[in-house]
Design a protein around this ligand. Structure first.
Ligand code: C2E
Ligand code: CA
Ligand code: CA
Length: 246
């Protein structure tokens, strides 16, 4: 009912290229404004939706909204950037949904493909090999794949060996420890180095301070997403930033 009544909103958080500070993408994050309870955080309702088996319906809704927005920008010949949508591990058990995503990808020129998918390493570890292949099938059809929360859960170098990810997103906990914990800093440097040797780009999530940004820039991280630049914002505010060239 919340979907039908449009209580879910797409918020977008920009990502920036560290080398020159230019905008290079965004992540779509769901927000729920409940009619009586007001704002409810995704950390609260997403686990409930997963438990009830409804998460794929929400993810599909988010993909529709983001694709619609990107198509409109393209039609209006306005500036846009790639936007990534989060996938739950449950989406990989919904064959109809995956086929629907691939059909959507095939409609566009792969060089123009502006949708990306984020999957957490923990989700990836929870899905079987057959289903992981489906993830790569999305990639073959032009979508970039981003491995989220890297280093936080069941990290496996085997995953990096067996699958071609485009982007790694380092877990927020490492970034928080910049300037606090020397071990975290060494791990960050090592992850950046390893990813680059594998030809994978890196996003650091959750950068809030000048010090964190300076460390990440000095150590060759490619992109940054965090409150240092902007918090997730409603779609219209995000589009306004894009129009203003910010
Ligand atoms: P995530 O994918 O790891 O998303 C990043 C979270 O970090 C977001 O929380 C974002 O608002 C927050 N964040 C970004 N920059 C900063 C920062 O500088 N400081 C701090 N403290 N936090 C920052 P959010 O929006 O509450 O989302 C929580 C989680 O809910 C997401 O984690 C993701 O796993 C899930 N989620 C959100 N939207 C969707 C969706 O449409 N579908 C699915 N399946 N999961 C979603
Ligand atoms: Ca994410
Ligand atoms: Ca994350």
């Amino acid at each position: 009912r919340a979907i039908e009544e449009e209580q879910f909103l797409v918020y977008l958080q920009p990502k920036y290229r560290l080398s020159d500070g230019s905008p290079c993408g965004a992540e779509a994050l769901v927000r729920w404004f409940h009619e009586q309870k007001g704002f409810i955080s995704p950390g609260q309702f997403i686990p409930a939706l997963e438990k009830g088996g409804y998460i794929s319906e929400l993810d599909r809704y988010m993909i529709e909204k983001v694709t619609g927005c990107l198509d409109q920008r393209r039609a209006e010949k306005k500036r846009f950037v790639p936007v990534s949508v989060n996938l739950s591990w449950m989406d990989f058990y919904d064959e109809n949904m995956l086929e629907w995503i691939v059909r959507g990808l095939k409609k566009n020129n792969p060089n123009e493909q502006k949708i990306r998918f984020e999957i957490t390493e923990t989700s990836l570890a929870a899905i079987g090999e057959n289903h992981t292949r489906m993830l790569m099938h999305l990639k073959e059809n032009g979508a970039e794949i981003l491995l989220d929360d890297f280093g936080s859960g069941y990290s496996s170098f085997g995953m990096l060996q067996d699958y071609d990810f485009d982007i790694l997103k380092m877990d927020i906990s490492f970034v928080r420890n910049i300037g606090v914990n020397k071990k975290s800093e060494s791990i960050l440097r090592a992850i950046i180095d390893m990813a680059h040797q594998l030809g994978i780009r890196l996003v650091a999530e959750g950068a809030e301070t000048e010090e964190q940004v300076a460390f990440l820039r000095a150590n060759g991280c490619d992109y940054i997403q965090g409150y240092y630049y902007y918090k997730p914002m409603p779609e219209n505010e995000f589009l306004q930033l894009l129009d203003e060239g910010k």
